[in-house]
Structure formats: structure tokens, C-alpha cells
Write a protein that binds this ligand. Sequence first.
Ligand SMILES: Cc1ncc(C[n+]2csc(CCOP(=O)(O)OP(=O)(O)O)c2C)c(N)n1
Ligand SMILES: [Mg+2]
Length: 614
Amino acid sequence: MSTVKAKAATAANTAYAAHPSMRELDRPVKVSPSNAPAWGSDVVADTLRALEIPYIALNPGASYRGLHDSIVNYLGNETPQMLLCLHEEAAVAIAHGYAKVTGKAMATAVHSNVGLFHATMAIFNAWCDRMPVVILGATGPVDAAKRRPWIDWIHTARDQGAIVRDYTKWDDQPASPAAAREALMRATWMANTSPMGPVYINLDAEMQEAKLAEPLAPIDTARYMPPAAPSASPEMVKEAAAMLKAAKHPVMLVGRVSRSVEGWDTRIALAEAINAKVITDLKIGCGFPTDHPQHAGAPASNALVPEAIEALKAADLILALDCVDLNGILRGAFGFDVPKTKIVSVSADFHVHRGWSMDYEALPPVDLLLPTTPDEAVPQLLAALGGAKPRKPAAVKKPESYQPSDGPLRVDDLTRALRHAVGDRAVTFTHLPLSWNGATWPFRHPLDYIGSEGGGGVGGGPGNTVGAALALKGSGRLVIGICGDGDFMMGATAVWTAVHYRIPLLIIVCNNRSFFNDELHQERVARIRNRPVENRWIGQRISEPDIDCSGVAKAQGAVGFAPVKKQSDLVATFEQAIAAVEAGNVAVVDVRVEPGYSAVATAAMMRGTEGQKK
Ligand SMILES: Cc1ncc(C[n+]2csc(CCOP(=O)(O)OP(=O)(O)O)c2C)c(N)n1
Ligand SMILES: [Mg+2]
């Protein structure tokens, strides 16, 4: 008898359940179906199941051996199912990638202080990306009299949650199974409520391993997790709609939005109803078709393209839909002049702005704030404006016919060849490199691109890709993560988890043999100081030896290909790699690209050094 009542499976939550094929893997033997919860950690496991957590990505450790046993021998390694990871950063990055697709938290478990230390950067990435992850940790025994000599002492910290408190929504260290059950419900509820984010629950080893003194009265989790979406008042919506209606040249800045098709269609309808120019941001998942005639130029990451700057300068109203850095965008168009244009912002993000991390960015001027999410507000705004206009079907431009040249292989050549090899398949990009040129690949569906790692922590690309591919397993979408060589090498062990759990995906490494972003930084400093820019590569190049990134993947069981060095080999290699993925494999292609970023990104990084020595 479980101590927590699970919700019945509904259409809404089946997409969130584990993929049936995963159930064939890592099956425990001799698990009694009539198992009764007998230990503290059994209550924790029961609660994870009641919360319908499908997976728990973990790296093991003695501090949570009680919970580990409960998941395997009490639950039978189902809901949640364990996903073994070779590094805690990968475990959290996988859960983060999963949330980027589903909008819901899965769990991770990390060992005491040391596992949590490894996990921190990935937690920060999820935090900045406002993505939910339930992180379980462990410590102790808190009671010093119960500690084993040495190891239990070094792995017990007085306030372990302090390591991550400043970039999680909430943390707790429950002292009893009943308190742990409550903490898990609160944590999951908070993580999945907008603005979303990671949460941390630290489980005392002794609490996990103690026999249950008495059975807990069963509870129904749903009653403790009421829906709590932030909302704007009808008056505010009316006022914003009137401002939109009066505007002649509105601009819609699309920021953090869900992956829902309904939300996507409603944003298109709103933009068309008010004839707004639209600007999207490669830092986050796509929120609007980038080849729609109203999309101003191509999407970019840290800099605005000229068409976007022009649209903003001509705007008489700006509608900002939960932008990651609204003030930064305004600065890209208006410099340090405060724009006179009226600004309506839809964002509830201020609820999670805290003192330690400044990921809230500069305070933007806002004339009307709707304190809610774009997914809530856009349909209301559209209704207040009288609904959608009839739509013409979007004209889909075919990519230009592909012709490799025998010139140097650049990222744009990689993209053209990949588009050709992919053909009409539906693709989800789970990561794009800093060298990506937004003009080269249109996004036409909310799952075409799920955004970057969020916190600028290099190394998240592979893990985010694995987690997203897990969520998309069986969806028919071809999952492709394009990572820099620096990013791939920092997060490479996530490949093993994908291979072991048979999660098909393709990783393409844009291998420029360098932490190239920082070469540009060194060039900038050298120019300003009138020093030799020729030395920018020192301490940056990952060459001599060059790394065979697909070899690193092959060693972990993935299908690896010989590094591609010529444009003419790209399409054939991509076709083989796609065939391997469609046969259920993990494939990694290492493409030796020339170092270089798109013109917009390079210009942004070099701004202010024009005229200085090259
Ligand atoms: C954890 C971490 N370390 C260092 C940096 C600084 N940094 C920003 S971009 C970058 C280069 C990344 O190299 P790669 O993934 O190969 O991309 P490239 O710039 O070469 O296209 C580095 C080192 C960072 N953002 N995060
Ligand atoms: Mg690189």
C-alpha cells in the first residue's frame, strides 16, 4: 500500500510518462509486487511516483543508498526510472533538456556535497533558462553520533543547500519521511509553476535508512498542488489591447514562451492582427516562424540584425513577451538613449529576481506591465482585439539547391549541407553553436529549436541534447544538437547515457579546434591596447593534438565518423549519420570548420575597436 495517491493517467500527462521502450532496460529481479513501504526512503520513492516523475538522472553515492534501494527494490525501477550518468553536470543538463521540451520537471539525484558541487553549473544553466528540475541530494547522517568515521564527516555539510540556494527557487532538508513527502510535493509544485526553475531537496541519510516507525496516512498529491498560473487583470489586458490597436508600427519581441503549438499559432494570429514586426532571440527556444514575412531579419543571439534595429527605431509601440534581456535589446537599437516608444511588457519573471545572481539583467523602461506569462496573456490580448484575421497559408521557400565548393569549410557550409541531407524531415535543434547564423535555417514549429543552455555555461549542449531527445523519443522528430568542440568535450559523457538508454540523436561537433569565442575577446583587447592580434590563439586553440570528437563518442558506444574536412564529404556523412539515428542509434559527426562567427556576432564582439590595428 502506497502512502501517496497517484493521479490517474490522463491525456494531458501521458506525454510526460516514460517511453514504453525504456521499460525494457535495467530491469531488477525479485521485486515483490506486494511490497509495503517500510523505510524512510520508501516514502520518498512513493512520493516521486505519485508525482508521476518519469525519470531520475543520477550519479550514485552512499549518501542516498537508501533512496537508491527504494527506487530499484521497492518501486522496481519504474516511475521514476533511473538514468545513470557519468557526471552530475550531465545528470542535471539531461533533466534540463527534458524540461525544455515538456515544460515539466523530471528528477535528478546527486551525492552529498561533492555530487552537488559537480552539478552546480548545470543547475545555474537551468535557473537562468527558467526550466524546472527536481534535484535530490543527500547528506549526513545529520546526527554526528551515527556517522561513519572520515567519509561521512567530509561529506556532511551544515547547510548543504547553501551551495545552490541563490540559483534555485527553493530548497529544504526534511527531518522525517512525512516532512520529505511534503517537501517533494512543494518542490515539484514550485518548480513547475511559472516562473519555473530548479529546486533542491537534501535527504538526511539516517532519515532515508531508518525503519518507518508507523505507516503514514495516505494523501492525494493533487490537493497540495493547485494550479497557480500568474495572471493579469482584465483591465490591464484591455488597456494593453487598446495601446496595440492604436499603434501604427508595433514591434513584438518574443522571449520565453512554451513549446505549445496553440501558443505558437496564437502569437502568429496576434502579430498578424496588429501587423507587428517580430523579433526573436536565439538564446531561447523559437517562439515565432523566423521566415514569416513580419519577422524582422534573421534571429540572432547577442546582437540585433539591421532589420531588427530598423523595426525598433520605427516602432510606436513595443510589446515584449517575457524577454530574457529587454533592456539589452533596447540598447541594441537605441544605445544609451531611453526610447520614447511606449513599452508593454508581459512578464512574471520579477517574482524570482534575487540578490545574488544578476541574471535578471538591467531594469528596462516599461509603461504597462502584464504580470503574467505570454502563453496566458497573448490569447487574452487577441480576444480583446476581436480575434484572429483569416490567414493565408504561409509560403514555404525551398532551400537553394546545394552545391559544395572546394573552398574552406565554414559553419554556413555545414548548415547548407545538413539542410540538404535532412530534406523534409521534422528536426528539433537542441543546441546551436555560437557561430550559428540565424539566416541559414528557418524555424517553423515550436519544437524546431529549444534554445541554448540558458546560463552561458559551456558544456551543457550534449546533456541538453540527450534530455530533449529522451522527451522526443518516438515523436518522429530528428533530434540534432550542434555543439562547439569546447562544449562537446566539457559535456561529452552524456553520450554514454544516450547510448545505454537507446535514445536516438545526432550530435554534430562544429570543431574549430578552439575556444574560439575567447580568441575574439583576446583580439578585442589586443586591438584596444595596440598589441599583436596574431597571438589571440595562445591559450585558446585545442590543437596539436586536434581532438577526434566522434572518436570520443565512439569509445562510449555511439556511431562515430571520421572527421569531415572537405565540403564535398558533408552530405554523404550526414546521410549516413541520419540513417544511423533513424535505426535507433546515437551518432556523432565531427566537422572540421574554419574558425569564425557570423558577421553580426563578430561585429558585436568587436564594436568600439573599429579603426584600431587589425
Ligand atoms: C563553463 C564555462 N567556461 C568558460 C566559458 C567561457 N567561454 C565562453 S564561449 C567559450 C568557447 C566555447 O568553445 P566552443 O564550444 O568550441 O565554441 P566556439 O567559440 O569555438 O565556437 C568559452 C570558453 C563559459 N562560458 N563557460
Ligand atoms: Mg570551438
